[in-house]
Design a protein around this ligand. Structure first.
Ligand SMILES: Nc1ncnc2c1ncn2[C@@H]1O[C@H](COP(=O)(O)OP(=O)(O)OP(=O)(O)O)[C@@H](O)[C@H]1O
Length: 530
């Protein structure tokens, strides 16, 4: 009792802090301590929530992190869950002084070696007839010759953050579209696409190509889409754009990326595609996938046959036919089941349609371009067949079409592969990261098809429909290629012609070497068949 009154006395004593009693001061201190603890706890919770949010965003950007492909499981490679390998797509622009144009590094006599593996040259003519040239060297550099007066740049002018409502692009103010539909697909408003991409936020950028930046978006109905914000569309006639988009929009094939719709507002031109969720073939072939690639031989052949089917549809199933012009591994998108979908088809045509603005895209990507297209600009579906042949070689070998990091004899994929086959070392061309080797017969079949597709004589290349046939039908292929060898390999016309020249796609082999290489393959094949 006395303890209590003693404590009471002490606590009731006035302190020097504003004359407050001790118990009031103690109370304030305890209260402040509680507030501080609560504040620290809430800080901890907030930082934890932010971390979770970041992780979610990252996993949405790379959906493969979520689950392994069923095919990988079937093939017994499910020990690790593969994520889409990254490949740097950064492009630095080098502005070139018009009075000192950069020499074309592709010319055979160019004194400096081309430092990168990929080169694309694009030639455009303005309404004023002034040419603009872009040269892309590898993934890291783009050389851009000056544009028309007052132009914002292709790959240079527009900021990454994309357009905003109310923006003016190229001087054209945003307008409400006059027509809402073309009779197919969907006319998206800029606002819709803006919302789906969180205002074209950087974290939704999937990649950047020669035509513009690609964003991942989620529409109101939870559909995932890829939105390509086309650069350089100032002055592009709206009518032409609609006609082209309509033509491409009607194309439907399981191996072609589907165009769902478009957005035309003011000077903005955007294309909305189905979202393909497993990256592109280039990433899986050349990205960091560890010692063993998840792409087994069967998966690779499935990818190549699917690609051939998509191309056959473009070449043979449409009127007028569509020539892709830029077949390469980064344009082959993959879904979780490794089904291939060819992207970018028709886009070159789409942009090329406005004759007064863009004449022709003269070349595709270095290493994939057919020699006749590179040298004359003459384009038909056989140029796609050539690029397809290069793609097939890339899939078999896991090597890039042109790789300057390799020893001199191996820089050019076609040349190296032909040498290997001629030296009866077909197995030596196989991607060392293949988990299992294919049968010699399957390998030879694939190599024969690839070699026929890259025949320097465009007329001798097979049509895409025939390619599918050769890849799928064993018997036919072998008989057919023996015949091919007899007809072409031993023909005096070809045999006598030492047509070895360096063409602009970097392929230095001629008709004779192609035929000889084919003969080496089928000669070796015969004993096995009997
Ligand atoms: N429909 C899509 N779904 C998912 N990703 C896509 C889709 N379309 C394009 N991409 C990705 O966006 C990136 C850029 O694509 P884009 O076609 O613009 O450029 P590219 O093919 O790399 O180069 P370029 O078109 O200049 O030859 C690529 O990494 C591609 O994988």
């Amino acid at each position: 009792m006395s303890n209590y009154s003693f404590l009471n006395d002490k606590l009731s004593k006035k302190t020097s802090i504003f004359g407050l009693r001790l118990w009031v001061v103690v109370g304030i201190c305890v209260g402040a301590a509680i507030v501080l603890v609560l504040f620290l706890i809430s800080l901890w919770f907030t930082s934890k929530r932010n971390k979770t949010k970041k992780n979610n965003t990252a996993s949405q950007q790379q959906p493969t992190k979520l689950k392994a492909s069923p095919l990988i499981i079937l093939n017994g490679n499910s020990a690790t869950t593969p994520t889409i390998p990254n490949i740097s797509k950064e492009i630095q622009e080098i502005r070139v002084d018009p009075s000192h144009p950069t020499p074309d590094p592709k010319l055979p006599n160019h004194p400096d070696p081309v430092p990168e593996q990929e080169l694309a040259k694009e030639e455009e003519a303005s309404p004023l007839g002034r040419n603009r040239i872009h040269i892309e060297i590898g993934k890291d550099h783009r050389i851009s010759y000056p544009e028309r007066a007052g132009g914002s740049g292709h790959g240079s002018g527009e900021s990454r953050s994309g357009p905003r409502s109310g923006d003016q692009v190229g001087g054209a103010a945003m307008t409400v579209p006059e027509v809402s539909h073309l009779g197919w697909g969907h006319w998206y408003t800029l606002r819709e696409l803006e919302e789906s991409t969180n205002g074209f936020a950087d974290e939704n950028v999937i990649g950047e190509g020669g035509y513009g930046i690609v964003y991942r978006g989620v529409l109101d109905d939870n559909t995932y889409v890829a939105i390509k914000n086309l650069l350089n569309n100032r002055g592009q006639a709206e009518k032409e754009f609609k006609v082209e988009v309509e033509a491409i929009g009607r194309v439907r094939h399981k191996n072609l990326v589907r165009l769902l719709g478009y957005c035309v507002e003011g000077a903005h031109r955007m294309l909305v595609y189905e979202y393909v969720d497993n990256g592109n073939l280039e990433q899986w072939l050349h990205g960091d996938v560890g010692p063993y690639s998840p792409l087994t031989w069967d998966i690779r052949m499935n990818i190549i046959v699917g690609t051939a089917k998509g191309l056959t549809y473009l070449h043979e199933g449409l009127e007028p036919k569509v020539v892709h012009r830029d077949i390469k591994s980064s344009n082959i998108l993959l879904d979780k089941q490794w089904n291939p979908k060819v992207s970018d088809f028709g886009l070159a045509k789409l942009l090329g349609s406005e004759r007064s603005y863009v004449t022709t895209r003269v070349m595709g990507t270095f290493g994939y371009v057919a020699p006749e297209y590179a040298s004359t600009g003459m384009l038909n579906e056989r140029s796609d067949v050539y690029s397809f042949g290069i793609l097939l070689m890339e899939i078999i070998s896991g090597r890039s079409p042109v790789d300057y990091s390799r020893p001199p004899g191996e820089v050019n994929l076609v040349e190296w592969l032909k040498t290997m086959v001629t030296n009866r070392n077909a197995e030596g061309v196989l991607d060392p990261r293949l988990p299992e080797k294919p049968s010699p017969r399957a390998l030879k079949r694939a190599l024969l098809v690839a070699l026929r597709c890259v025949d320097p004589n465009a007329q001798k290349r097979p049509k895409m429909g025939h390619v599918i046939h050769m890849l799928e039908a064993d018997e036919f292929t072998l008989r057919d290629d023996r015949r091919f060898g007899r007809e072409h390999g031993r023909s005096p016309r070809d045999g006598l012609k030492p047509d070895k020249h360096v063409n602009e796609s970097g392929d230095s082999s001629g008709y004779e070497s192609t035929a000889q290489t084919n003969r080496s393959l089928w000669r070796k094949q015969e004993p096995e068949e009997q």
